[in-house]
Ligand binder design. Structure first.
Ligand SMILES: Cc1ncc(COP(=O)(O)O)c(C=O)c1O
Length: 460
């Protein structure tokens, strides 16, 4: 009996999942994106011509627009909100530099990312890696006026405790304690609530350390439920397990990133729906699963209300700040990958850039609009777009907007700003150059990798 009802539940869910697929050839939901690419056609062609292909092209105006969008959504509802760009989503220095101009700090997760943020002069940095090294901890302590050290576990904490006592930072190293998400894949990170009190007491004993905040993070949130649940749980925990004065050093609650940018029609591999369709990628073929995330205002509204109702209100801490660490939301729509058509035949096109540019074989189950900029149209053509790698998975998708490709045409793959350049594979092809477009001005902001870069440090 139980088995039957379980099966009914599963099959109902499956039905819902597949009924949400959209045959994009018949619907116009991607047309606005395609039109946006076409409105920049002359710049895209000029960039491909001036800097060569394959090429990453950053649209700086779009980056600023995305930064403002999330900032305004939160600030309107909670003026004490602060923003830290998750550098791991795209570590091109230019991206962080532009976001500095929007008053973003940096969320860094490794030595190089921290060094980059320090070098660019970012004055508010949060260091959130799950396993800290001695070198990273030292650098955090040496820059304790700019770096907040996010503690993931007792090993991190003992290292910070020992080194801070030895190095005596100019201002006590501010620590935030990360809370573990028990029931999902994010259980790898952070302290359980039970451990948190022990960790907090340990911090309080060392005058070279200051307990400045509490942190949690999950990615791929299509709605605010996870944030609200965490805020509620945290509010109860702080009220029940701490004396009020023990919380006096706290300045912020950091809710992480993880806001899915809505509207791109991407089939996200990390959602249940996405992973299911990934399993049946052949069936999914040129169908696209539409994610319909709550808009950023919806996230901000529920998060800020929960923050007031469960934390700042009952604990009487109106000065506590809300910290937000968006990556994908800010960076994903900002970058085109420009590819040149090498050859075209019946049902296929070969281009001169491969999936090494994005670092995953994700185009089987994720969809991004691809536009033939040289020969545009809002109609689509069906053809597998293969890259140059010696790997059958090296393809960009099964359809493109535009008229039939000929050798030399330029294709623009849209929305390639997040977890692409920063996760790119070092495989066969050089790392492509990155150019940037601001207003009507194009500039090269990173040149293509050359032979010396690739083999630097190798003994010959
Ligand atoms: C601690 C932390 N903050 C922020 C982010 C950014 O997440 P997203 O790009 O989904 O916004 C990540 C990504 O894994 C993360 O681990």
């Amino acid at each position: 009996m139980e088995e039957k009802s379980e099966w009914t539940r599963i099959s109902k869910n499956l039905k819902n999942i597949f009924s949400e697929r959209v045959d994009f050839a018949k619907r116009g939901q991607f047309t606005p994106y395609v039109k946006e690419a076409l409105s920049k056609k002359s710049f895209l062609l000029e960039a491909a011509n001036a800097f060569g292909t394959p090429l990453y092209l950053l649209d700086e105006d779009k980056l600023v627009e995305r930064a403002k969008l999330i900032k305004e959504a939160f600030m309107e509802r909670n003026p004490l909100s602060h923003f830290f760009y998750a550098v791991k989503s795209n570590d091109l220095p230019r991206v962080l530099h532009v976001l500095q101009g929007e008053n973003f700090g940096a969320d860094v997760a490794s030595l190089f990312e921290m060094e980059l943020a320090l070098k660019l002069g970012v004055d508010s940095i949060i260091f959130t890696s799950p396993t800290k090294t001695e070198e990273e901890t030292r650098l955090s302590i040496e820059n304790s006026d700019r770096v907040v050290f996010d503690v993931d576990n007792f090993t991190d904490l003992e290292l910070a405790d020992r080194l801070a006592s030895k190095l005596k930072p100019k201002v006590p190293l501010r620590l935030s304690l990360r809370i573990r998400q028990a029931e999902n894949q994010w259980a790898k990170f952070g302290f359980s609530l039970k451990e948190m009190r022990k960790a907090a007491l340990m911090v309080m004993k060392n005058p070279n350390l200051a307990w400045a905040g509490i942190h949690f993070h999950t990615s791929w949130n299509t709605n605010p439920d996870n944030y609200v649940k965490n805020i509620r749980q945290l509010g109860e925990f702080l009220q029940n397990k701490f004396e009020r004065r023990e919380l006096d050093s706290i300045k912020f609650i950091d809710i992480g990133g993880g806001f899915i940018p809505g509207g791109s029609g991407t089939l996200f591999s990390a959602t249940r729906k996405g992973s299911l369709l990934r399993l049946v990628a052949d069936f999914a073929d040129d169908k696209v699963c539409l994610e319909k995330p709550c808009g950023i205002a919806g996230f901000a509204s529920q998060i800020c209300t929960a923050f007031r109702k469960n934390i700042t209100g009952p604990l009487k801490r109106s000065s506590w700040e809300l910290w937000v660490e968006p990556g994908r939301f800010v960076s994903s729509f900002t970058t085109y990958i420009l590819l040149k058509v090498h050859s075209a035949g019946e049902g296929f096109v070969k281009v001169n850039g491969g999936i090494n540019l994005v670092g995953s074989a994700s185009f089987d189950y994720e969809y991004f609009p691809i536009v033939n900029i040289s020969n545009p149209s809002t109609q689509t053509q069906k053809a597998i777009i293969y890259g140059p790698l010696c790997d059958p998975d090296d393809h960009w998708g099964k359809r493109y907007y535009g008229r039939k490709c000929k050798p030399g045409d330029i294709l623009a793959v849209m929305h390639q700003g997040a977890y692409t350049y920063s996760t790119a594979w070092r495989w066969q092809q050089p790392t492509a150059a990155y150019a940037a477009l601001r207003g009507k001005k194009l500039a090269l902001v990173k040149r293509q990798e050359n032979f010396e870069d690739r083999y630097s440090g190798c003994k010959f």
